[in-house]
Write a protein that binds this ligand. Sequence first.
Ligand code: SF4
Length: 320
Amino acid sequence: MPHPTSTPLRAARPHALPAARRRAVQRRLLKWYDAHAQPFPWRSARDPYAALVAAVCAQQTQMSRVLEVYGRWMETFPTLADLARAERASVLQTWGRAGYPRRAVALHETARRCAEQHGGALPREPEALLALPGVGPFTAAIVRTFGFDEDSPAVDTNIVRVVGRVVFGDLQPARDTPRSEIEAATTSLFPTGEGARWNPALMDYGARVCTPRPRCEECVVASMCAARPRFAAGEVAEPVRAQAAFEGSERQARGRVMQVLRDAAGDTSGAPVTLAALAKRAGATTAEERARVRMLLRRLADEGLAWTDGRRAGLGQRPV
Ligand code: SF4
């Protein structure tokens, strides 16, 4: 009997569309992109650092917020060298309330690593990029595509949805299509020499047309899409999963502690706050809540987001 949580085995499906259909999909999506491209600054900058910042900002974040933090970040740290020289507290202040501040620490560590090991520049090779803190396959592909004009297929949520539907006919590919099949199909579909247009074309198409509830009636590849007949027959893409509640979560509590530390840092980055004041400003009133704040502070310190000497705490790394 199979383990209840095991994934049922199924034969791998062909991941490549017939050549004529593949070329038609490429042509139509690129044409659509030329008419509807989102003019994000990192797409035209041809700057690996700008591409890196954008890709890291985009992880688990809505585009309106990405634009906000990206703009603030590039204004404060316009180059990789500026970021490498910055204090950790200033990096975290600039990241602000964008969420998941470990991403800011990873960007900072990457800038320092590049200064030490790569002559102050981001490397071009995938292996070297993937060895940098916080850089996974998606971020590496975005840096290579927008920064170096290299062909490098990216796979994000929107691309998974478009490719999984067009090639395999799955309605909710994030849940139904094995990752290995998506990656193989994305690579097969990739038009040589068009990386800087193709990756954003798929991303934008997934964000605006092939959305969770797709707009098939206005789709330029509907006649070639394996999922179209299923949607036309009235089948529905069930949501992957509801997002965990933020209210009362550890993420919310961490966010409060970070906010107190950012407020305390204020204009004089890194100013410490006593643990008693930290707990009070974070809303802890009972001994149990104060203990939780101390526990969260230790975790933040382990992640390089805060420091504490047992009596006081501050943002980033302890001043020397
Ligand atoms: S036909 Fe519908 S499901 Fe297929 S790519 Fe177009 S919008 Fe997505």
